[in-house]
Design a protein around this ligand. Structure first.
Ligand code: PHE
Length: 491
């Protein structure tokens, strides 16, 4: 792009996306950190919660995270074919803000409506904003694009730090709905900022795919019918025409997501007319997909079971002040900002000496750190069983290992999906990358509910089981890295 103005040496449009994503993540993580605390909080007291059981609340949390990332797939489709990415981001941001404001209304009846709006809005925003980042660069600017994504990842983590800081303080210390409202105000800043600086994006993501008018009209019709159908189902659900058992629904949803992802990989492999190299790359991406889903099933417990561990079994006093429970979660984004350059340096250094670990090995490292983080939690649980509360250092150390795992897996996974996906299907493959997060999110809710079902006693068996599955998948990835000898090739 020929614009004399730049943002840290990058196309100036990155600034628009950086700030929009920062506010969106501020609202997303800020609200998410309150969610299970609010749902399981006592119904009496100064800040009354909903008094729901852990199993229910964690399942709802899991379904929520799962839906958020699942909706990225239809959100991408709508942007590609009908709206264009910029418009999708704008509409998404507005819907998200409305969702948080709905949650800010201090009544229970609108709770699920608020969550649903955030789900739908995030579906339109999250994936499409990442796509526009890629579109700011010309073909052949791979290195620059990767570093653009690194800057973008920083905005995610600055935003979430801000969200935990503000929303957890207001929500826990003043009243839940103040915290939700703060998330809405944050997203509103994002909307205003996007409208004001949208022109800096130029035509990156401005128009949908080329398509003849008749075909587009047909797609618009399909989407209208689907939207109307969705509206009625959602309205019927919200009005109580049918009820859903959260845990049962979460289980079915996990199966559904796994089957959809599996069938999609299979479809691409068999019917998409891929070349031999593209097929080999696809197998690799499938393996990474499985690793990523397993990874997020632990990672997303931060706002779920680990949040409850912080509330019920951790001493939160610092110099006489009891900090909000959610504040412990900002160790993840802070560690990301601190360690991301170090990890990038280590990989670059190894690559320069031709020792760069293969992608499955990096993913295995990510999973091993995730396993280690739950070993730390096992120690913390053991200590809490002897005498509760325990010090904060356990959760801080847990988040440190999880963040190291994230840095070994998440940025690398994203760039692998952008490089080694069959070129015609890059957009949809991005969708699959988010589906891994969706599966991880639902599993996090199910596992978290299982862990907390009987208070402290039920935590260790579940965390033990998770540590084992991380180990098993890590070992499989390591073995596969020897089997898949040939390096993936860009096509
Ligand atoms: N912190 C990251 C984010 O919110 C976690 C994530 C990675 C979520 C990949 C989805 C997909 O963007």
């Amino acid at each position: 792009m020929s614009n004399s103005n730049t943002f840290f040496g990058h196309p100036i449009g990155l600034k628009t996306l950086f700030l929009t994503e920062m506010w969106e993540r501020m609202s997303y993580y800020g609200m998410r950190a309150l969610l299970v605390l609010y749902m399981t909080g006592a119904i009496t007291g100064f800040n009354p919660g909903l008094g729901w059981s852990q199993v229910e609340a964690q399942a709802i949390y899991g379904i929520y995270v799962g839906l958020v990332y699942f909706m990225v797939v239809p959100g991408g489709w709508l942007a590609d074919n009908i709206l264009g990415h910029q418009k999708a981001v704008l509409i998404g941001a507005i819907i998200i803000a409305l969702g948080h404001y709905t949650l800010a209304i201090p009544i229970t009846q609108t709770f699920f409506l608020g969550l649903l709006l955030v789900v739908l809005g995030t579906g339109l925003l999250k994936g499409n904003i990442s796509t526009i980042v890629g579109k700011l660069y010309d073909a052949g600017q791979d290195g620059k694009r990767d570093s653009g994504y690194t800057i973008f990842y920083m905005s995610i983590n600055i935003g979430s730090t801000l969200g935990f800081l503000v929303c957890s303080f207001l929500g826990e210390k003043i009243g839940w709905h103040w915290g939700f409202g703060a998330a809405g105000i944050g997203m509103t800043f994002g909307v205003i900022q996007f409208i004001k600086s949208r022109h800096l994006l130029g035509d990156a993501g401005a128009a949908p795919n080329d398509m003849d008018d008749a075909k587009r009209a047909k797609l618009i019709n399909y989407s209208r019918v689907t939207l109307i159908g969705m509206f009625f189902v959602i309205a019927a659900g919200l009005l109580g025409f049918f009820t859903i058992d959260p845990r049962y629904f979460a289980e079915q949803f996990a199966y559904f997501l796994t089957i959809v992802a599996g069938l999609y990989f299979l479809y691409l492999f068999i019917f998409a007319g891929l070349t031999a190299t593209e097929r080999r790359n696809l197998i690799l991406l499938f393996v990474l997909f499985v690793g990523a889903a397993a990874f997020w099933s632990g990672f997303d417990q931060s706002a779920g079971s680990l949040n409850i561990f912080a509330r019920d079994y951790t001493d939160l006093s610092v110099a006489g002040y009891i900090i909000p429970v959610g504040w412990l979660q900002f160790f993840n984004p802070i560690f990301v900002v601190v360690f991301a350059p170090i990890f990038a340096g280590v990989w670059a250094n190894l690559a320069a000496r031709n020792l760069d670990p293969s992608l499955p090995i990096k993913f295995a490292i990510g999973l091993l750190f995730m396993g280690l983080s739950f070993v730390v939690m096992l120690v913390a649980v053991e200590l809490a069983m002897k005498s509760s509360p325990v010090g904060m250092q356990w959760l801080v150390l847990t988040y440190l290992f999880q963040t190291w795992g994230e840095l070994a897996l998440s940025p690398i996974g994203l760039s692998a999906f952008s490089r080694y996906s069959p070129k015609k299907y890059v957009g949809q493959m991005f969708g699959l990358w988010f589906l891994a997060s969706a599966i991880g999110g639902v599993l996090a809710g199910l596992l978290g509910g299982e862990a907390l079902g009987e208070g402290l006693d039920s935590i260790s068996p579940v965390f033990n089981f998770m540590i084992k599955y991380y180990l098993v998948i890590a070992v499989i990835l390591i073995v596969l890295s020897f089997v898949i000898k040939a390096k993936p090739k860009e096509t």
